[in-house]
Design a protein around this ligand. Structure first.
Ligand code: INI
Length: 174
């Protein structure tokens, strides 16, 4: 490959200008989810988002996140949505059902609607692991989710604006 063969790279920035964001937060394990929420808001604010550009919806548990996120996406009001929850392994199989359906439901919702929905649902074996990921040893996964929301919102807008191939071909022919 020659050095001058450089693809036209389309990249999302982290600029929240003119963007709207939705936050869906599970109340279950709120000790953790509130910290994740704070991290996500910090990232959005750093990207330039204001409170007016951001809506917050609370749901009882992570199992309820996908439906709320999908309804928000269908409202066509948001450039990206962040789904925040925390599922902790207990003694029964409940963990597996809640964690699997939260992940699957969020993925289905974003694929069905085309609106980026950032998956910030911690699935941990212990409370200690969750605390580490909510602002202690392993950073704040909510902050990372906020950055991902900014990037995916900008990338989606860039991809919408990218000229379709037919227009590019027409331009070359002229
Ligand atoms: N919901 C969570 O978000 N985290 C959990 O750890 C959890 N556990 O362990 O039970 C949990 N359960 C509630 C579930 O999400 C639903 O709210 C409930 O089943 C009602 O549909």
């Amino acid at each position: 490959m020659s050095d001058d063969f450089q693809p036209n790279e389309i990249r999302g920035s982290y600029d929240a200008s003119g963007m709207r964001f939705g936050l869906v937060v599970s109340r279950f394990n709120s000790f953790i989810t509130e910290r994740l929420l704070a991290g996500a808001m910090e990232a959005l604010e750093k990207g330039g988002a204001s409170a007016e550009q951001t809506d917050l919806v609370r749901v009882p548990g992570s199992f309820e996140i996908p439906l709320a996120a999908k309804k928000m996406a269908l409202a066509r009001r948001y450039d990206a949505i962040i789904a925040i929850g925390c599922v902790l392994r207990g003694e029964t199989a409940h963990f597996d059902y809640v964690a699997t359906e939260a992940a699957r439901g969020v993925q289905l919702a974003q694929m069905d609607t085309g609106v980026p929905i950032i998956f910030c649902v911690l699935t941990c074996d212990t409370l200690e692991q969750a605390i580490d990921r909510a602002g202690l040893k392993s950073g704040n996964k909510g902050y990372e989710a906020g950055l991902a929301a900014l990037e995916m919102a900008c990338l989606s807008s860039q991809l919408r604006a990218a000229a379709p191939i037919s227009a590019v071909r027409m331009r070359k022919r002229r």
